[in-house]
Design a protein around this ligand. Structure first.
Ligand code: ZN
Length: 154
């Protein structure tokens, strides 16, 4: 299996069977995001504990396979990480999706990076980039405790 096939397999898997789907009771941060170009909706819930670590993170949503796979993979990447690490991962991911060829953070393990890189194929498709980044912008907003709904279009 080549890398492209591996990436496709990861996206299909997460798109069909999203991890951490649903809402949990004692979250203390959340935000909603909407991508009108594709019709993707996400609602991200997380709990930051007293040590500023992400205890738990889940999402609710509907949309295309890319948006659901990206949200699913995102929850796996940031669970158990500290807030400051989460912010670095978000920044690194957004840069990778838009302009870079690789991830540069030292937080994620190699196999985690491979999973995240599975979304790198959307780079050539500006419409798909919005699907892939929606949940990440929404997570960022949740950490800022912004009450505004994230929109990919102004
Ligand atoms: Zn989409």
């Amino acid at each position: 299996m080549n890398l492209k096939e591996l990436y496709q397999e990861i996206i299909l898997d997460h798109g069909k069977n999203p991890r951490n789907l649903g809402k949990f009771d004692n979250y203390n941060k959340d935000a909603k995001g909407h991508n009108p170009l594709c019709g993707d909706d996400v609602h991200v819930y997380l709990r930051l504990n007293e040590n500023k670590k992400v205890d738990d993170i889940t999402f609710e949503g509907k949309g295309c396979a890319i948006s659901m796979a990206s949200a699913s993979i995102m929850t796996e990447m940031v669970r158990g990480k500290e807030e400051i690490e989460v912010k670095e991962i978000i920044t690194d991911f957004l840069k990778m999706i838009k302009e870079k060829d690789e991830l540069n953070n030292n937080i994620l393990k190699e196999d985690e990076k491979t999973k995240l890189m599975s979304l790198s194929g959307v780079k050539q498709y500006p419409m798909r980039v919005k699907c892939a980044t929606l949940s990440w912008h929404t997570l960022s907003s949740a950490l800022e405790n912004s009450q505004e709904v994230v929109k990919t279009e102004k």
